[in-house]
Design a protein. Structure first.
Length: 356
């Protein structure tokens, strides 16, 4: 047996032992599941996962392997969470659209073993989570070129019992999809979601094609495929093209080459750990009140990465504000900040805690 075969035999032996140890670990996870079910505990315990990583990486004798072992542990714990979610019946994830939509693609990245629940609208996603038909919901929140998805932010404001528990940035490639063999000169109409149309406006103007708003990118592609009409095209992803038997006629038509959409994950359980948190707040419509809030945040030492204003439902020409701050909301300084804001704001609400 040469050196390569010896090394491979050693790997096979280690893998065999790891398979046995993996089963033992999952048996212990099953005990954790039973305890969490009985006590109504959340699946994710970030502080516990942090302890596991610190304790086990410290056991390494070769510290150059630490980042690789850390990734191994994170993947192992992610599988544990997925298993717990499945056993506890908390693995259903709602999204708006159909299979192949960008939100569905994001969902599969975030919940690779989750059960996807398709909804007709964003409000139905919120309702599914609120009513317990889904443990989480995935929604588009902001695009690097087209800006924020205001309707989703308004739904976050309206649903006071739901939290943003995670965020995910998905690089989005918009592509012109057509029936196989179609030429650009044959196309007379393009269909897609308004955000995708805005993201591709420079290309669309250059070819002079009229656009029609559709529910989402995947349903637009499905419509083009079902009509069998070579004069119609859709703007969507290459994954969607493969799903509905279309082909990419013109790739990467988005105006911004670095086109990224941020998705949020909503849930009923209040998150407890992360390096960023978001707030919703309202203030009296008086000079200096908003400036005062910003000064309080700055004085507390938190970096405000963004602030947005939106019309306050039911209150004409009044507004609520969304802001995202860098830092842990569990730090003492963050608690002092929230207390200070409550003293000057008409209302303050912690919307989300997450890591990115």
């Amino acid at each position: 047996m040469d050196q390569l075969e010896q090394a491979r035999q050693m790997i096979d032996d280690v893998d065999a032992r790891m398979a046995e140890l993996f089963e033992r670990r999952m048996e212990a996870v099953a005990q954790v599941i039973r305890y969490k079910r009985e006590h109504g505990m959340p699946i994710l315990d970030s502080s516990r996962e942090k302890q596991v990583i610190e304790k086990n990486t410290a056991r390494l004798s070769r510290q150059e392997l630490k980042p690789y072992f850390e990734d191994f542990l994170k993947a192992e714990m992610a599988l544990s969470r997925q298993y717990q979610a499945a056993v506890l019946g908390r693995d259903t994830v709602a999204y708006q659209g159909v299979e192949g939509a960008f939100t569905h693609i994001a969902l599969m990245h975030l919940f690779p073993r989750g059960r996807a629940l398709a909804c007709a609208s964003w409000s139905e996603v919120f309702a599914a989570v609120e009513e317990g038909r889904a443990a989480h919901g995935v929604l588009p929140f902001e695009n690097s070129h087209a800006g924020d998805v205001s309707d989703v932010l308004d739904l976050c404001y309206a649903h006071r019992d739901l939290y943003v528990v995670d965020v995910y940035d998905l690089p989005v490639s918009q592509n012109l999809l057509v029936l196989p063999g179609t030429k650009l000169s044959e196309i007379t109409d393009v269909y897609s979601h308004p955000q995708a149309i805005r993201q591709s406006e420079k290309f669309l103007k250059s070819v002079g094609l009229p656009c029609h708003s559709w529910g989402n990118t995947a349903t637009a592609a499905k419509y083009v495929a079902e009509t069998g009409d070579r004069t119609k095209a859709a703007i969507a992803s290459p994954e969607t093209a493969r799903l509905y038997g279309l082909e990419v006629l013109v790739p990467n038509i988005n105006t911004d080459g670095d086109n990224t959409t941020r998705f949020i994950v909503i849930g009923r359980e209040k998150p407890v750990d992360g390096n960023r948190f978001s707030l919703l707040f309202t203030v009296d419509n008086k000079p200096g009140t908003l400036a005062g809030v910003i000064q309080i945040i700055a004085a507390a030492g938190f970096n405000m990465e963004c602030i947005k204003s939106r019309p306050r439902p039911g209150h004409p020409f009044e507004y609520y504000f969304y802001t995202e701050l860098v830092g842990s909301p569990n730090e003492e300084a963050a608690q002092r900040l929230l207390n200070s804001l409550e003293a000057v704001c008409r209302g303050v609400r912690l919307l989300g805690i997450y890591t990115r």
